[in-house]
Design a protein around this ligand. Structure first.
Ligand code: FRU
Length: 459
């Protein structure tokens, strides 16, 4: 069971990472270091608002049993005194290096950002090394979220960082270093002129990941307009494939949402042997929805996704639950047409065959998955906890619905469709079903089975 207030929540969460108390946002510094998975995350330990950011820390040997560690980085240096913002981890000469952004508000009230380093011998105690390079010229203070990796072929380190130009357009800057000490600014990572001038006013949390040697750029641009079924959240995370060469990236035109749900943002990937895992923040939402999220009265807010394994299927990014999650399976469930109450708040619903008919599955009276077979359209319908009105997210599948794997964890829904080609994250709130789940299924056939799940162990 989770600890702190979350354990006794009216909206319990059993197998997603939550804060012990306070506000959690982006996953940070994801790494496997000396056999241990370290998950750091943006944390305001003292309130449920976006202030006073620290790096919270939780670790595990198997992604199932977790241990909470003391806060890794607190805003206590001159270059990060108003927030230890997001960043990443890399192992260099057996030392864990954390690169992050320090946020500072000076006496005149002006804000500044510094890209900083902290190092650790053991992964638990960190020594801050301070800023690593000067603020680039021509950019506002919105320069943040460094992600660092080592390029085996070019034998150098690269660092990308989200940025805003003085003309208020967004971009990602790339730096190169041979020793991870002296960093050279190479300018814009992405070199397509149309993408650079058209996509948003700030790119947060850039992440360039290589899947089967194919460069996949995942980033969270702020300020893109809704387009068809896409980009209806306040901010969203997108990806595009591209060609990476000596520090510059030529992107394909085809940009897509990473997740078509209501709450998903600022994911980070990391290499774990042969596989690539990712966690996202679940997640960003309208300020008025966030300020009224029901868990606030219990002193905590938000969670991370489950770990997702990233693969490519052609040019489509696929995300599937990391295998370890399946160890949580317990008693089997068979979903019948009609209403059922499952005596667990943690369940997995599985469909393993192509579906040629319309169906609806409604959870706890507030969240519905609807499929329309003739158009291959999936609609998520959620009763919003603030407006009390239904809101919708949709995706049109390129092919019929072939399978889904749907994870429900109390107030969390994470849906993986067609072997991870489409994924949707969302929160749902109905305190009547704190320790059970009400499921209403409307379909001509029963093709959904599943499992009750165990909670992760969190110590
Ligand atoms: C994304 C973000 C990052 C920033 C952090 C601050 O959610 O705004 O750009 O570093 O959160 O908590």
């Amino acid at each position: 069971m989770l600890d702190g207030n979350v354990k006794n929540s009216k909206y319990p969460i059993g197998y997603h990472i939550t804060p012990l108390a306070g506000l959690l946002n982006d996953p940070n510094g994801l790494v496997k270091f000396e056999g241990i998975y370290h998950v750091f995350y943006q944390l305001n330990p003292t309130d449920t608002i976006h202030k006073n950011k620290h790096w919270g820390h939780i670790y595990s040997e198997d992604l199932i049993t977790w241990h909470r560690a003391p806060i890794a980085l607190a805003p206590d240096a001159w270059y990060d005194k108003d927030g230890v913002y997001s960043g990443s981890a890399i192992i260099i000469e057996n030392q864990l290096h954390l690169y992050y952004t320090g946020n500072v508000i000076d006496e005149a009230g002006e804000k500044h950002s510094y890209q900083c380093l902290a190092t650790s011998e053991d992964g638990f105690i960190f020594e801050k090394q301070g800023p690593i390079f000067e603020h680039p010229k021509g950019f506002t203070r919105h320069v943040r979220d460094p992600k660092v990796w080592y390029d085996e072929k070019e034998r150098c380190y690269y660092l990308v960082v989200g940025a805003q130009r003085e003309n208020l357009t967004g971009t990602t800057l790339i730096y190169r270093s041979v020793d991870a000490k002296q960093w050279e600014n190479l300018g814009d990572l992405v070199i397509n002129p149309d993408i650079l001038s058209q996509i948003g006013y700030m790119w947060e949390c850039p992440d360039l990941v290589f899947i089967d040697n194919q460069a996949v750029f995942i980033y969270s641009p702020q300020g893109i307009e809704a387009q068809g079924h896409q980009y209806h959240n306040i901010y969203q995370t997108v990806y595009a494939l591209g060609e990476f060469n000596e520090g510059h990236l030529l992107l394909d035109d085809d940009m897509q949402e990473v997740d078509f749900g209501f709450e998903y943002y600022a994911p980070q990937s990391f290499y774990d042997g042969d596989r690539i895992l990712s966690y996202g923040w679940m997640g960003i939402t309208q300020p008025e929805f966030e300020a009224s999220m029901p868990t606030i009265e219990e002193g905590w807010i938000h969670c991370l996704t489950i770990p997702r394994e990233l693969t490519l299927d052609g040019n489509k990014l696929c995300q599937n639950p990391a295998n370890e999650i399946y160890q949580l399976r317990n008693q089997e469930i068979q979903l019948l047409n009609g209403t059922q109450e499952i005596q667990s708040s943690m369940i997995e619903l599985i469909c393993e065959k192509e579906v040629q008919e319309d169906f609806n599955i409604k959870i706890d009276d507030v969240f519905t998955l609807a499929y329309q077979a003739d158009t291959h359209e999936i609609t998520l319908i959620r009763k919003n906890w603030y407006t009390n009105e239904n809101e919708y997210r949709k995706v049109t599948l390129d092919e019929p619905l072939q399978n889904f794997d749907w994870f429900i964890d109390g107030s969390v829904s994470e849906l993986f469709v067609n072997s991870g080609r489409y994924v949707a994250s969302a929160r749902l709130f109905n305190s009547t079903y704190a320790h059970s789940k009400k499921i209403e299924m409307t379909s001509a056939q029963s093709f959904v089975k599943g499992y009750q799940l165990n909670a992760m162990n969190v110590h």
